[in-house]
Design a protein around this ligand. Structure first.
Ligand SMILES: Cc1cc2nc3c(=O)[nH]c(=O)nc-3n(C[C@H](O)[C@H](O)[C@H](O)COP(=O)(O)OP(=O)(O)OC[C@H]3O[C@@H](n4cnc5c(N)ncnc54)[C@H](O)[C@@H]3O)c2cc1C
Length: 359
């Protein structure tokens, strides 16, 4: 079968890679006007954190990706991508313990999942992260991790350039079952996959952007290895350690589709929290800041809308890297000749389109 995949964020790229390996002929098209949301992400794979805001579905999709799909995908790639699944740590100041307690109540009291965690004292915390010496209490979540998503995207891009027809800087102006329009021409395929993120508002009437801001720092004096979540009554800091003392620090969540540069408030809050987490961050160097908007649907859940010849996948919100491999695994099941039942039927919605073009 042949397919057009519109949008080359994590979803479009991973889908192109997976379908090509399953024998499909793929044309991948991206408008490439600005950096995409995927390029802006921190690469955290933190399913437990998603239980705070969501039903257990995102947790289940995420655990599957973290434990099965990502290790299998990364083993197939020709270059090493930094990936670790040795857990994350939750901390707060002693005066903000109520914040932690609230978080723990939300994530551990779901009836349909059992979250693995361990309460930490100063001694057990410093066994995991020896430099975090001034916290008395915390929690360790062994089933969380992270991935260098920027390197992953560029490795996938290099592979796809050789295996699929990859049209960059090409805007698709209309999408319909079996058809897309670009360069003023209609092109026909067996299937069209709409992976346009926030570019797909015509397919998803409830799609909106939630702004996120991130700061990259270089801190040669700091040796933290696991993702850290640091709770505060007004903001949440997460720290995503990368190799060579690079740390990503994020991320605000603002209900606005605003791509402007990072605000003074977010910068102050994030950097203050960073300094409180570890005083040696005082001498860190700020490498860059990034802002982007997360494609978000109602209830912060993803959706796969489909009809014969067209499938639109969207709503990856703040967990695109966490859940994309599991979504794609279900999509491959849909197309498999044996037609096994879908693992996550609640994500799927059959849709009727009239056959006029949908912008
Ligand atoms: C600051 C920040 C931090 C984040 N951190 C994390 C994290 O730690 N972990 C995690 O799992 N997730 C994280 N996310 C969320 C994650 O980045 C998103 O869920 C994910 O990138 C969405 O991927 P996507 O492929 O659906 O969309 P995108 O990456 O936005 O890709 C859509 C693509 O479609 C293209 N396109 C749009 N319209 C057209 C058109 N008409 N024609 C052709 N091409 C078109 C665009 O150019 C774009 O390349 C973060 C997001 C932000 C903003």
């Amino acid at each position: 079968m042949n397919a057009a995949i519109v949008g080359a964020g994590i979803l479009g790229k991973l889908l192109a890679w997976s379908l090509q390996r399953a024998g499909w002929q793929i044309t991948l098209i991206d408008a490439g006007k600005t950096q995409n949301c995927s390029q802006a992400a921190a690469g955290l794979l933190t399913p437990v954190a998603e239980l705070e805001k969501n039903s257990s579905l995102i947790y289940q999709l995420g655990i599957k990706a973290l434990q099965d799909h990502w290790p299998a995908i990364l083993a197939e790639l020709p270059e090493n991508i930094y990936f670790q699944n040795k857990g994350s740590i939750l901390l707060s100041h002693i005066r903000d313990q109520a914040e932690i307690q609230h978080f723990m109540d939300l994530v551990t009291h779901k009836t349909d999942v059992t979250v693995r965690y361990e309460a930490l004292n100063q001694k057990t915390l410093t066994t995991l992260e020896p430099e975090l010496t001034h916290f008395q209490k915390g929690y360790y979540f062994p089933d969380e991790g992270l991935l260098d998503n920027q390197t992953l995207l560029s490795v996938l891009e290099k592979i796809l350039e050789t295996r699929v027809t990859f049209l960059k800087n090409t805007e698709v102006t209309a999408i319909a079952p079996h058809q897309i329009t670009f360069n003023n021409k209609i092109h026909t395929f067996d299937w069209v996959f709409d992976c346009r993120g926030l570019g797909a508002k015509s397919q998803f009437s409830d799609l909106r952007g939630i702004r996120g801001e991130l700061i990259w720092v270089y801190a040669p004096d700091v040796h933290i290895t696991r993702p850290i979540r640091f709770m505060h009554p007004r903001y949440r800091l997460y720290l995503a350690p990368r190799v060579d003392h690079i740390y990503l620090l994020g991320a605000s969540e603002v209900e606005a589709e605003d791509y402007s540069a990072i605000s003074v408030r977010s910068t102050l809050e994030l950097l203050t929290a960073l300094y409180c987490l570890h005083p040696k961050f005082a001498e860190a160097r700020i490498i860059k800041t990034t802002t982007h908007c997360r494609p978000t649907l109602a209830h912060h859940l993803p959706k796969i809308k489909y009809t014969q010849g067209l499938m639109a996948i969207n709503g990856l919100y703040r967990h695109g890297f966490l859940i994309a491999p599991t979504l794609i695994h279900d999509i491959l099941r849909y197309f498999s000749v044996e037609k096994p039942p879908l693992h996550y039927p609640t994500l799927w919605e059959e849709t009727c389109y009239d056959h006029s073009s949908i912008e």
